[in-house]
Design a protein around this ligand. Structure first.
Ligand code: TXA
Ligand code: MG
Length: 307
């Protein structure tokens, strides 16, 4: 996987302002020193990402996280104790030390301690927080293997660390603790139910009526080039159908796992592969409307062709 020497070289590149692509348990990230405004600027250029989309800052523990915020509420402590390291991002009031470029000039910063051993070792070795979006071009599918990164963003990173396929498979859950009631800004594999078991009732961004928009949650996001359709495959054209409960006739019929964790781990790799197959469409049976599937449903809806 990743040698000690590679890790040291990657850490050195990050400290000197270069970009390094690295594995996390969710998706691969394109990392830069979060405290170096110019290094962070390079991420936006490489991804073609609008400057209004703030980045997640990756830390190696609560201590590093606390240095980047002005307030560390009890809810953050409880959630970090339960879910860190892991796929939960917490949005908190930022300290002046965090450059505006990282947060798209918001007064808040998104923080996450990843559980992938290579990610943790890299942050620790570099000794700095690492700002990293998913290592794909803006609006395209997120990478869950080093191969996906090479295919989509080749040349943008000074180095790509290969830590194997991402185990979680979709982007982290994003929760804001910066206002009054906590707000779920982006669903993920840590579900609303699991969060509420630790800190009590939270709001979803739908319930706040858009009062807490998650910047960067553009509708057109996480998208393959091949049109993705929710529901049954159309009568004509060459396509693939991803199903859980009901198999339907299609050129390529793919039985997907019926448990959310395995489904999420496989989803982007399946979409990356089908996207290279020259199909007219990819149709997908929508998984059940339950909290455990919410992150997957969200990504499928964003990947889908809008009428
Ligand atoms: O799993 C993940 O979160 C991956 C890996 C690399 O850690 N990263 C990721 O980054 O998905 P990205 O840039 O693709 O998505 C970051 C999302 C943004 O879309 C935005 O909604 C939210 O995090 N975000 C970041 N900073 C925020 C802030 N200050 N306030 C509200 N939302 C924020
Ligand atoms: Mg992304």
């Amino acid at each position: 996987m990743v040698s000690r020497e590679e890790l040291q070289r990657a850490a050195e590149l990050l400290r000197s302002g270069e970009l390094v692509a690295f594995p996390t348990e969710t998706v691969y990230g394109l990392g830069a020193n979060a405290l170096d405004e110019q290094a962070v600027e390079r991420i936006y250029t490489a991804k073609g990402r609008p400057p209004t989309s703030p980045l997640i800052v990756h830390v190696d523990g609560v201590e590093m996280a606390r240095r980047l915020v002005t307030e560390w509420p009890e809810t953050a402590d409880a959630l970090a104790a339960r879910f860190w390291p892991g796929p939960l991002t917490l949005v908190l009031k930022k300290s002046p030390q965090v450059p505006d470029r990282v947060t798209a000039a918001l007064p808040t910063v998104a923080l996450r301690m990843p559980s992938h051993p290579v990610a943790l070792a890299l942050i620790h070795e570099a000794g700095i927080p690492i700002a990293a979006p998913s290592a794909n071009r803006f609006t395209e599918l997120s990478p869950t293997t080093a191969e996906h990164v090479r295919a989509g963003l080749s040349g943008a990173a000074a180095m790509i660390l290969d830590g194997g396929p991402a185990e979680v498979g979709i982007e982290s859950t994003v929760l804001s603790l910066a206002g009054g009631r906590p707000v779920l800004l982006r669903p993920g594999m840590i579900s609303q139910t699991e969060i509420e078991a630790v800190i009590g009732p939270i709001l979803t961004s739908v319930e706040t009526g858009g009062a807490h928009p998650s910047p960067g949650m553009h509708e057109r996001h996480y998208r393959p080039r091949t049109p993705l359709l929710i529901g049954a495959p159309p009568a004509s054209g060459k396509g693939a159908h991803l199903w859980i409960r009901q198999e339907l006739p299609a050129q390529e019929s793919l039985a997907m796992p019926d448990d959310p964790a395995t489904y999420a781990a496989r989803l982007y790799d399946v979409l990356h592969r089908l996207d290279r197959a020259g199909l007219d469409f990819i149709s997908v049976e929508m998984p059940p409307d339950t909290p455990a599937w919410a992150g997957i449903r969200d990504r499928l809806q964003r990947a889908a062709e809008k009428e």
